[in-house]
Ligand binder design. Structure first.
Ligand SMILES: C[S@@+](CC[C@H](N)C(=O)[O-])C[C@H]1O[C@@H](n2cnc3c(N)ncnc32)[C@H](O)[C@@H]1O
Length: 351
């Protein structure tokens, strides 16, 4: 059986002194996006250089000064992450006209370069495709050549590793890895480099709050956590916002720490965690029913699958999936002012 703990720290992630060196197994996060207007105030409030550059209408200096602040958090991530662990950063580029000049501010490239300087290894990225049908999505001179710009309909999920591969040589660790595996058909979808979340679960029903917080889809954090960590690992989000990463950690049987500078988000984060039991268990059931649908259609097309999952009794494609254990949440309780505790039980026979 597993239990997890979810801590919220109201503070500034440029200094993560409350978190020990080499104590975090995975980072999943999305920072405020430099040069996107909705975050100007937030960057200006922590850096006079940002404010001065914006007042001077010096776009390049503002861009660099904003990234200079994010770099401080990236340095802290290197300290708190365990060797062999991953950091997944969701970021979009910005386009903006300043002083009559329209240009791209390539946030993703600037962040990759910062992570490489710190010592992380960069790995292949995921493109999150965000197709829009808005009539004003094309920018510039319309049908007249040479002054129109392609639309920005994607964001990035940048993936980095600290040092060499994680060591799974001791038997306990090896078993936990087998139990935390995902399905063959999930591997095929999750490890493709273009993600499109149309029609998948979102954690906030309130559209206004979603827009104000720039929350990412629950499904994004859920996939990344299952791809890059094991049961009972600790996941850190240094820009927690509404706490989507912590919800995905709860649903995945991992512990989490969320750091958020705006204390107004604390009741949102804790409130969502407290009432998440049904949604998390629904997520597990939809995962199981997708697997059962896959088994049915695959068996019909190619004959019975070769392997049986031991804890739950369903058919699976490969030997690596035979020990997967799926947990449903039994109870979510407050563990302190800024802490939530979760108890799980094995989901039993799922045939
Ligand atoms: C893009 S939002 C994150 C949204 C989050 N992924 C979600 O799903 O709700 C970035 C968040 O970082 C917070 N933030 C900005 N600077 C910060 C800092 N230095 N330390 C901690 N949080 C910060 C902002 O208040 C904002 O809530």
């Amino acid at each position: 059986m597993i239990n997890t703990t979810h801590k919220t720290i109201i503070g500034d992630s440029r200094n993560l002194c409350e978190i020990n060196d080499e104590s975090i197994d995975l980072v999943v996060t999305s920072p405020p996006y430099p040069m996107i207007q909705m975050w100007d105030k937030s960057f200006s409030s922590i850096s006079s250089k940002v404010n001065d550059a914006l007042v001077r209408k010096d776009g390049q200096s503002a861009f660099e000064a904003m990234h200079h602040e994010l770099d401080k958090t990236w340095n802290e991530l290197y300290r708190v992450l365990k060797t062999g662990s991953f950091a997944c950063i969701n970021i979009g580029d910005a386009t903006r006209t300043i002083n009559g000049r329209f240009r791209l501010y390539p946030n993703h490239a600037r962040i990759i370069s910062a992570f490489l300087d710190i010592g992380f290894d960069a790995l292949p990225v995921i493109l999150w495709r965000k197709t829009t049908n808005a009539p004003n999505k094309f920018m510039g001179s319309g049908m007249l050549p040479s002054g129109a710009y392609v639309t920005l309909e994607h964001e990035y999920i940048l993936i980095f590793r600290k040092g060499p591969k994680r060591d799974f040589s001791d038997p306990l660790h090896k078993n936990k890895r087998m139990e935390s595996s995902f399905f063959w058909e999930e591997r095929n979808k999750w490890f493709s480099d273009i993600w499109d979340f149309k029609g998948v679960i979102q954690n906030l029903n309130n559209r206004e709050l979603r827009n104000r917080s720039a929350a990412f889809p629950l499904e994004m954090a859920y996939r990344l956590i299952n791809m890059y960590s094991l049961y009972s690992d600790t996941i850190l989000d240094p820009f927690a916002g509404t706490g989507t990463t912590s919800l995905a950690a709860i649903a995945s049987g991992r512990s989490s720490i969320g750091v958020e500078i705006d204390k107004g988000f604390a009741p949102v984060i804790l409130g969502q965690q407290k009432k998440f039991l049904d949604q998390a268990n629904d997520l597990l059931h939809s995962r199981i029913s997708s697997h059962n649908d896959f088994v049915a259609s695959r068996s019909l097309a190619k004959g019975p699958l070769k392997y049986l999952n031991e804890p739950h009794g369903f058919a699976v494609m490969t030997r690596q999936e035979t020990q997967i254990r799926l947990y449903r949440i039994a109870e979510i309780i407050a563990g302190g002012e800024y802490e939530t505790k979760v108890k799980y039980e094995l989901a039993g026979n799922l045939l």
